[in-house]
Design a protein around this ligand. Sequence first.
Ligand SMILES: [Zn+2]
Ligand SMILES: [Zn+2]
Ligand SMILES: [Zn+2]
Ligand SMILES: [Zn+2]
Length: 487
Amino acid sequence: MEELQKAIAVHGLTVSTNPEKGRCLITTKHFSPGDVIIFQEPYASVPTNSSGSRCDRCFASNDLKKCSACQVPWYCSSKCQKLEWKLHRLECQALKGLSKDRRQSLTPSIRVMVRLYFRRKLQTEKVIPVTATDNYNLVEALVDHVSDIDEKQLVLYSQMANLVNLILQWPNINIKEVAQNFSKLACNAHTICDSELRPLGTGLYPVVSIINHSCLPNSVLVFEGNLAVVRAVEPIPVGTEVLISYIEMAGSTATRQKALEEQYLFVCTCSRCIRVGLYEDIKESAILEGFRCKDDKCNGFLLRDPDDKGFICQQCGFLRNMEEITKIAREVKIIEEKASASLALENYLEAITMYKQVELLQLNLYHSFSINLLRTREGLLKVLTGLKNWEEALTYCRLTIPVYKILISCIYAGVYPVIHPLLGLQYYTCGKLEWFLGDTENTIKSLTNAVDILRITHGAHTSFIKDLVAMLEEARAEAAYKLSDDD
Ligand SMILES: [Zn+2]
Ligand SMILES: [Zn+2]
Ligand SMILES: [Zn+2]
Ligand SMILES: [Zn+2]
């Protein structure tokens, strides 16, 4: 701990303990929006299976070659393979002991755990260096919440621990400790995403894991390859706790708390959650997840009527009865299920038709700033982009932006400028679509908005932002050329 304190003190940080939350990361200097607070390489990481094959080291997806000996990891280059070799040499040997079927069906959690143990072994034997921010003691210090886990989950963890034991084949491995480490992984591992927040893998970052959650965070976690980087999104004065959001911030207090309790096993008492039951919180939830007024022109939010006949608009007093709401909600559910089945079968056009039906029903059912409607439109945007239908994709992208803006400014109550990676990325998508469609003027507007946000969340000097700025400059040059042509 002393070593860690010394190592992070130079970055203007200290770890303190809070009786309720446990460890907290506190600032000892001022951070401005966009400043890197902390960065860390994973103690152990692997790519997920779902996003196609990826390099075990850097998660790149092109020019991949499989390890010829064990046929499990892919590498994008001999450079990445070499960097992983000390660890993979042990892993490779162990994996070769498994049947081919078993090897191919290893889940990311099992692989991360195996790698965690091999890394510990290599550090103990001093084959790879130990530093203040890279050592197994930091993994040991992570919370596991074992006492809060239900019996069924514990059984699952011990089965997984047995599989790890079967792979490692170490004579005196502590299976109970492996099982405990699986529960640590469940509440501490991070999903590694690309710059556009698409999941690529999973990794354990023991120092980043000290950072606690808030539904109103002052910082954001992004990844550059497998490097975790935490940046300030608002001015953070000396003596403030660094906070990131572990979950999707768009959600009612009840939804967020449920997600945090289920996955991270704690009750959130952040500044946004303690407003629960207050008028502002009730209103926010009713907008995000509630129904729309019967009157098309009214944008009021609805609350349950005390006699339980339905929901009453808080602006004009109209009642929407329960039966009507239930009927539409049921219809939405049926079509949504069919649509997602079509999507799974790659019947994209059929899926689009059905999602559009869902959108129409939801427009009638939910408040216009509802997350459910937002999700449907994002889904349509994704499928349409996949089909290279830029025009329609742009229409849906534009429909989502005001909702993001309202959402974020409503959450932050207008205290700070609206800095959220999701909004920045939505402007980026919009700008790209406008660029494809030759709409230079709007491309400039959208990409400027994107750069303003993303240079803070993603860092001004990353290749992602450099490419984005280059695209914006190209659009500006074209606009200037068009202008001089008109003259
Ligand atoms: Zn690579
Ligand atoms: Zn291998
Ligand atoms: Zn909260
Ligand atoms: Zn109304």
